[in-house]
Design a binder for this molecule. Structure first.
Ligand code: AMP
Ligand code: ZN
Length: 268
């Protein structure tokens, strides 16, 4: 069932078996299933794990990732945030939050995206694959609706709609149409090495409230939300695609200074 859905999604994306795909492996079940299925379907993949150094949780994630890559016989690249940025994610986030009351997941998300795009370009990867699934996408979609900013959904999809800009390595989500419960079941059935607990720092209460509400919905209701989402998506104008170069780090950005460097400037 999952396999058929993923195959269809990859067909829709138009993924080519010669392309080099860098799978962003968190150590969790979602990205482990992505790597497992892409490998099984004969795609050319390598893995990348960002060690965020968030205590015992990060250690378990790193171990699970190493085990998975060994089992699947894929090359693993490790980006050590302490080595490259001088401190753990908790510390970086704390110093930013003292200045701006930004949410944990928002800060972590910006930093991870910046790292993944830069690493994928340096490794000459054609695509980055993540473990985002249907529940994640519905959550973000609803959050943007509640924020009154549906246009923020404009670039989402199984492949991000900035794909044609060469500075941004296109990000794909092979599990875009798969529900989290089905992924959990599949990962357990296949006995994949994976950490099943949630990130201990995901304490954005608003997002959690929405996540809990969505998880109370039936399968049919979730699928209906996605149908609405896709209809609305067709009508939304694309977000500004004007890519500039960040004046501080040289990475691609929509502004003169990228979001990552804006955060780092705040950091004390
Ligand atoms: P999250 O935002 O934590 O739900 O993660 C969404 C996706 O981002 C995961 O399925 C992974 O593909 C990727 N990701 C999250 N954390 C990491 C990490 N530490 N290293 C590499 N990829 C990650
Ligand atoms: Zn920058």
């Amino acid at each position: 069932m999952i396999e058929a859905t993923v195959k269809q999604t990859l067909k829709k994306i138009g993924l080519n078996k010669k392309e080099k795909i860098l799978v962003a492996l968190s150590g969790g079940k979602d990205s482990s299933v992505v790597a497992y299925l892409l490998k099984k379907l004969g795609y050319n993949i390598e893995g990348i794990h960002i060690n965020l150094h968030m205590g015992n949780y990060s250690e378990k994630c790193l171990e699970a990732t190493k085990k998975l890559c060994k089992q699947l016989e894929i090359k693993l690249h490790i980006y050590d945030i302490k080595e490259k940025m001088g401190s753990s994610m908790c510390y970086i986030r704390g110093s930013i939050q003292q200045e701006k009351g930004l949410k944990n997941c928002a800060i972590c998300g910006v930093i991870k995206k910046w790292i993944l795009n830069k690493a994928a370009r340096e490794l000459h990867a054609d695509k980055i694959a993540t473990g985002h699934h249907l529940d994640d996408e519905i959550q973000t979609f609803m959050l943007n609706i509640f924020k009154g900013s549906p246009e923020l959904n404009a670039n989402t999809g199984a492949i991000n709609r900035n794909a044609e800009k060469k500075e941004f390595v296109p990000r794909i989500k092979p599990l875009f149409y798969v529900l989290e419960d089905d992924i959990r079941e599949y990962s357990k059935k296949m006995k994949l090495p994976a950490v099943y607990e949630k990130c201990p720092c995901a304490i954005d209460s608003y997002r959690i409230q929405i996540r809990d509400f969505i998880s109370s919905l039936s399968r049919k209701e979730k699928e209906n939300i996605m149908k609405n989402f896709e209809q609305i998506l067709k009508k939304l104008p694309r977000q500004n695609n004007n890519v500039k170069t960040c004046k501080i780090c040289g990475e691609p950005s929509r502004n003169n200074i990228c979001r990552m460097c804006q955060l780092m400037k705040i950091r004390k």
